[in-house]
Design a protein around this ligand. Structure first.
Ligand code: IPM
Ligand code: MG
Length: 357
């Protein structure tokens, strides 16, 4: 078997974490007799520097021909003052749109070894944390009409939160399918007490819920959900929500697990290649210093093996390898605890790859 993976390291810590993934994939390749072919592509700030645009055409073309896309991170101070459509982030949003990956799966799972790295009290963590946030990724306020006008005394600017029935249906269905394979509970998070688009989400979800009788559906306003995630995270199994709410809640959920650096994500469409990326950003403050935690990216590889390559056994191997390495006491700076062994990005990649062999 042969799989072609588009590698897009991007900016900041992106390149150094993507490098660790190659080690892990080579270990998987050996064990499962599968050949991975990599093609490295440009996105974000580095793409702006080299080609003048955040998402070069070549990157789009090669991604579309690939079996999966692995992304590092984009953005950095250097490009912060560029106009919105030329910022590195615009490249990330465009590749998501180009590949039609409307469903962004962001699991927040607490490794028992990292309990004390969590920001929550031990009694709240009792029994573990396992929440799956399913975030709509190519619609809503990120992609609605934006505008700026000159008015007396300054400017007026707006962004539009817009969703159609069809866009809601496909993401809600995806979330129900996922809930069915988990604990059969789904919470729609919205702001239906204020926003018309949220009221449409509720109507559509209520209708679809009838097709999924085995799944218990609940509805929650986003402000309450932000609070409940901290107060009692175990009440959640699958959360389905729009683009911006999902962006915010997934960062919050990561803190339940200790570090943003631990969490992977998968972005999937109807068909075609998925995009796999850690949920953390480019962390320019620690870039190039061998400090970044590569586990979020390595866990993204597990998601890639599972969702794009149908290799559940290999996915479990990767997840187990991470767990074993944590058992042995290896920690990057972000999850360092007393008595553990502090390692850098490279070493963490090495020990995880070794644990697969
Ligand atoms: C994320 C990031 C991006 C987003 C940014 C970098 C555009 O925060 O993947 O969560 O908002 O989607
Ligand atoms: Mg985010």
């Amino acid at each position: 078997m042969d799989k072609k993976i588009a590698f897009i390291p991007g900016d900041g810590v992106g390149p150094e974490i993507i490098k660790q993934v190659v080690k892990v994939l080579e270990a998987v390749s050996k064990k499962y007799k599968i050949h991975f072919e990599y093609e490295e592509l440009l996105i974000g700030g580095i793409a702006i520097d080299q080609t003048g645009e955040p998402l070069p055409k070549k990157t789009i073309e090669i991604c579309k021909e690939s079996d999966a896309v692995l992304l590092g991170a984009v953005g950095g101070w250097k490009w912060d003052n560029l106009p919105g459509d030329l910022r590195p982030e615009a490249g990330l949003l465009s590749i998501r749109k180009e590949l039609g990956v409307f469903a962004n799966l962001r699991p927040a799972i607490l490794f028992p070894q990292l309990k004390s790295a969590s920001f929550l009290r031990e009694d709240i963590l009792e029994g573990g944390i396992d929440v799956m946030i399913v975030r709509e990724l190519i619609g809503g306020i990120y992609f609605g009409e934006k505008k700026r006008e000159n008015i007396e005394n300054g400017h007026k600017a707006w962004d539009t939160m817009v969703y159609s029935t069809y866009e809601i249906e496909r993401i809600v269905r995806k979330a129900y399918e996922i809930a069915r394979k988990r604990d059969n509970r789904l919470t729609l998070v919205d702001k239906a007490n204020v926003l018309e688009s949220s009221r449409l989400w509720r109507e559509v979800t209520a209708k679809i819920s009838q097709e999924y009788g085995g799944v218990r559906t609940s509805y929650m306003y986003v402000d309450n959900a932000a609070m409940q995630l901290i107060r009692n995270p175990k009440q959640f199994d699958v959360i389905v929500t729009g683009n911006m709410f999902g962006d915010i809640l997934s960062d919050e959920a990561s803190m339940l697990t200790g570090s943003l650096g631990m969490l992977p994500s998968a972005s999937l469409g109807e068909d075609g290649p998925g995009i796999y990326e850690p949920i953390h950003g480019s962390a320019p403050d620690i870039a190039g210093q061998d400090k970044a935690n590569p586990i979020g990216t390595i866990m993204s590889i597990a998601m890639m093996l599972r969702y794009s390559f149908d290799m559940a056994d290999a996915a479990i191997d990767v997840e187990d390898a991470v767990s074993k390495v944590l058992d042995k006491g290896y920690r990057t700076l972000d999850i360092m605890q007393n008595g553990m062994t502090l390692v850098g990005t490279e070493k963490m990649g090495d020990v995880i790859a070794d644990a697969i062999n």
